[in-house]
Design a protein around this ligand. Structure first.
Ligand code: ATR
Length: 278
């Protein structure tokens, strides 16, 4: 019998760490499986779905999905988790009995990294998230489940942040605002940069007053070292600085556990992938 096949699909896909991560997980948990990287076609419109279906036809059991295919992966699924539905995007697919199931583990992976690996329980804390794109859509439910005293979503396009908050049936602990309003909002225990600003070396217009020296700053981007956001946090004396390496590994662990029914250890894998901030 051939071992169970999995893959990550994206474009470009050259820099993906997923085959390494899942390979280490499989080794550790002694799972007989293969995990490859597939460069998905950008055109024509339906070529992505055809590629996924071809993988299924060859015996594929599951896929991780990365940019720019998360929306298409969600759209082609037969069954969608609540998490994926709110994000409108899938980062993991499972194939079983001719059925495609969509999940999104980015948010739970992020929360697990913050609460377990970084040992920063969010319950009762003031949490600020920068951005209102796909990354934030996936993170809101898991963040609210962690019961922060306050969860504020800030975005340049305030309407986008407000629409997102309104979409969730949350209590008063969830609020949305623009950057100009942050000056008056005091310090937050945790500030998460979930904008795409760091990918272009930009700094979201966040005032230094939001940071608390005893709090933490979390950069979703991975391997970008001290981004302008982390630099600002460090300059105002924030001791807890983290980038998205832990989230990357934790979302992979969630998918692995979902597919294989066994949860891999993540610490050694995170250590292996960590790029020092400076
Ligand atoms: P993703 O799905 O990866 O989150 P996206 O949907 O394009 O990507 O969202 C990118 C997010 O980064 C948006 O919230 C965007 O803010 P706007 O909606 O106001 O455009 C935010 N963003 C990008 N560059 C930024 C910058 N330089 N400063 C602040 N926010 C930025």
């Amino acid at each position: 019998m051939m071992s169970d096949q999995y893959a990550v699909i994206g474009n470009p896909i050259g820099h993906t760490k997923s085959p390494l991560i899942h390979g280490l997980f499989a080794q550790e948990t002694q799972q007989d499986m293969s995990y490859t990287a597939i460069e998905g076609p950008l055109e024509p419109q339906d070529a992505f779905a055809s590629t996924v279906r071809a993988f299924i036809a060859e015996g594929g059991k599951g896929m991780n999905v990365t940019a720019p295919f998360k929306l298409k992966a969600f759209a082609m699924a037969d069954v969608r988790s609540e998490q994926a539905a709110l994000a409108g995007a899938a980062n993991a697919l499972s194939f079983k009995d001719g059925c495609i199931v969509a999940e999104n583990f980015d948010g739970v992976g992020l929360v697990r990294d913050i609460e377990v690996n970084l040992d920063l329980p969010m319950a009762g804390k003031r949490v600020l998230i920068l951005g209102a794109g796909g990354a934030v859509r996936g993170a809101l439910l898991p963040f609210l489940a962690a019961r922060p005293a306050e969860l504020v979503v800030v975005n340049r396009d305030v309407g986008k942040a407000k629409a997102l908050a309104a979409q969730i049936n949350a209590d008063a602990s969830l609020a949305a605002c623009g950057y100009a309003e942050l000056e008056a909002m005091g310090r937050f225990d945790l500030v998460v940069n979930a904008t795409s600003a760091s990918l272009t070396g930009e700094l979201p217009p966040v005032p230094p007053s939001v940071f608390s020296p005893t709090g933490a700053a979390y950069e979703l981007a991975y391997g970008k070292r001290l981004t302008p956001f982390l630099q600002l946090a460090r300059n105002v004396g924030v001791l807890g600085l983290a980038d998205g390496v832990g989230m990357l590994v934790e979302q992979a662990a969630e998918a692995f556990a979902w597919w294989r029914g066994v949860r891999p250890q993540t610490r050694a894998v995170i250590d292996r992938l960590t790029v020092p901030l400076d």
